[in-house]
Design a binder for this molecule. Structure first.
Ligand SMILES: NC(=O)C1=CN([C@@H]2O[C@H](COP(=O)(O)OP(=O)(O)OC[C@H]3O[C@@H](n4cnc5c(N)ncnc54)[C@H](OP(=O)(O)O)[C@@H]3O)[C@@H](O)[C@H]2O)C=CC1
Ligand SMILES: O=C(O)[C@H](O)COP(=O)(O)O
Length: 499
């Protein structure tokens, strides 16, 4: 159970969860807390500290100091600690998963998968880090016109300093460790600001790093509403890099942050293009998995619009409808496929998109049904570009189908979006698939499968336009959280090997 056993010290006598600073669990001096509302019951499930700006200052000061000695800790020792944290995380998968079920209504099985995947990700960071950070470059000067071989240039990767990690509610553990692992192996310290919905799961995850024995102050976790402490954190002069995943907030942060590297994983309207020669059973299975799975389609990589050739549209829609009818709907504890969306305002937003589509004449393949935050899966056929659902991401179990008469029409719709995260195409013709992949303005295109971030060692492009800045994935994140340092050895006379 949350906050019991090895996690007991996270909870105060008043039942509120503490924040983690300088290697200790603390109550905030603010005397205030932030409630976490269970999306299923819509009642307060947990309370976390509303940290003050002074507490944020202390955490960042401690991170600065701890980073200096961490950067001098041998790579193999950093890796050893990360492996230890990964093992502890996996050992305690059940209480952490339970938090995910209560805080974000993630189906029970998917919640366990998130924690296990996170442990594996941390271990992979350790392994990748010892390899890529152990390598540098050696250049000689006589490659460039006018130079003799009098200069040797040595390059290596150095840490940036203090990394600020801000993950979103849909993967509070996994998208936290995807920032923590690379930051730590590269010799940085890290301050985590977890999403409010998911904060308690993140605090449990942080405790696994605490139990692994990382130095005091190297990692910390401050809680509070993003809207209240967010700007203070992101504009803080002590922060040397921000790794953020979430919505449009990321665009605002990019405009306010100082001259520091930014990694921004934002929204997406991932299109799924279906050609006439596609395997429609495969496509239908991927549309349902991609559109509705892992928390009711609340993924940046969810299939968010189907663009199907008119000649096969009826057949495809029938197949998708049959699969949607089999999805189970209900509480996450029962491991249902479709569970409540994260907040009431999110459910209201989704409903707004559905009503707009209804008013403008979309075909409802199922009856629209909602109870509290729970929205039954809905496929909307014959969606047209004048409907909001054609462009906006519902972040919920509602999927629009647009019928197209040419491949060009599909590509045009995909490229007219302000997002450009991922997309996918279903066809048996690999040549056509490659041409379409090249034409789609997105960071990644999947051929004959739904969009996805993993496996986690693959590069995860933040895509184009409003979908973000940079690229994630373990290797990319390690590189992004380092800077190249160069040392040049100047020789008094040219020297050629064996010359
Ligand atoms: N690309 C992706 O992987 C994801 C994209 N999204 C997109 O984001 C939308 C909303 O999801 P949501 O998680 O609410 O996204 P938000 O962008 O609102 O929140 C993401 C994170 O930012 C924090 N935050 C909020 N305001 C600030 C601020 N001013 N400064 C710093 N941090 C802040 C949040 O904390 P707090 O919770 O305390 O407000 C949370 O930790 C979705 O509809 C979807 O478009 C969401 C999840 C994943
Ligand atoms: O934030 C998200 O939604 C994720 O990065 C998507 O990850 P997934 O493809 O593994 O669900």
């Amino acid at each position: 159970m949350a906050g019991t056993g090895v996690f007991a010290e996270l909870v105060g006598g008043d039942g509120e969860f503490k924040y983690y600073s300088d290697g200790e669990w603390k109550k905030s001096c603010s005397g205030k807390s932030v409630p976490i509302i269970n999306p299923t019951t819509r009642e307060t499930q947990f309370k976390v500290q509303a940290c003050t700006q002074e507490e944020v200052n202390k955490v960042i000061d401690a991170a600065k100091t701890a980073q200096k000695s961490w950067a001098k800790t041998p790579l193999w020792k950093r890796a050893e600690l990360l492996h230890k944290a990964a093992a502890i995380l996996k050992e305690h998968r059940n209480p952490i998963a339970e938090c995910l079920v209560k805080e974000i209504a993630k189906p029970a099985k998917d919640a366990v998968t998130e924690v296990v995947r996170s442990g594996d990700l941390v271990s992979y960071c350790a392994e990748e880090g010892v390899r890529i950070l152990g390598e540098g470059k050696f250049l000689v000067s006589d490659s460039f016109p006018g130079n003799e071989r009098t200069k040797y240039c040595l390059t290596s990767k150095i840490p940036l300093g203090v990394i600020l990690a801000i993950p979103p509610f849909n993967y509070p553990v996994n998208l936290a460790v995807s920032k923590i692992g690379p930051a730590l192996i590269a010799g940085n310290s890290l301050v985590l600001k977890p999403p409010t919905q998911g904060a308690v799961a993140a605090l449990h995850m942080m405790h696994c790093f605490h139990l692994a024995g990382f130095p005091k102050g190297l990692i910390s976790c401050v809680t509070g509403k993003g809207s209240e402490i967010g700007d203070f954190l992101t504009m803080h002069p002590g922060i040397n890099c921000i790794s953020f995943t979430g919505g449009d907030t990321g665009i605002a942060i990019s405009k306010k942050a100082g001259m520091i590297p930014l990694q921004m994983e934002l929204g997406g309207k991932d299109a799924c293009i279906i050609l006439e020669d596609a395997d429609l059973d495969l496509a239908a299975a991927n549309i349902v998995k991609g559109g509705f799975s892992y928390s009711s389609g609340q993924r940046c990589t969810a299939v968010k619009v189907v663009l199907v050739m008119d000649s096969v549209a009826d057949a495809l829609v029938e197949k998708v409808k049959a699969k949607v009818a089999k999805l189970t709907v209900g509480p996450p504890e029962d491991d249902c496929d479709i569970t409540p969306v994260v907040t009431e305002s999110s459910a209201n937003f989704i409903e707004g998109l559905v009503m707009d589509a209804k008013q403008k004449g979309a075909t409802f393949c199922q009856e629209y049904k909602r109870a509290g935050n729970l929205i039954w899966p809905l496929l909307l056929d014959n969606v047209r570009p004048d409907m909001r659902i054609a462009w906006e991401e519902p972040f919920g179990p509602v999927l629009p189908v647009i019928r197209i008469n040419s491949v060009e029409e599909g590509i045009h719709h995909c490229n007219a979006s302000n997002f450009g995260l991922q997309g996918c195409v279903f066809t048996r013709d690999i040549n056509k698939a490659i041409l379409i992949s090249d034409a789609m303005e997105t960071g990644t295109v999947q051929i004959n499968s739904a969009p996805a971030r993993g496996p986690d060692h693959f590069p995860f492009q933040q895509g184009l336009k409003d979908s973000g800045i940079g690229s994630q994935g373990i290797t990319n994140s390690i590189n992004m959280m380092t800077k190249i340092k160069t040392t040049v050895i100047n020789l008094p006379t040219p020297s050629y090997t064996m010359g």
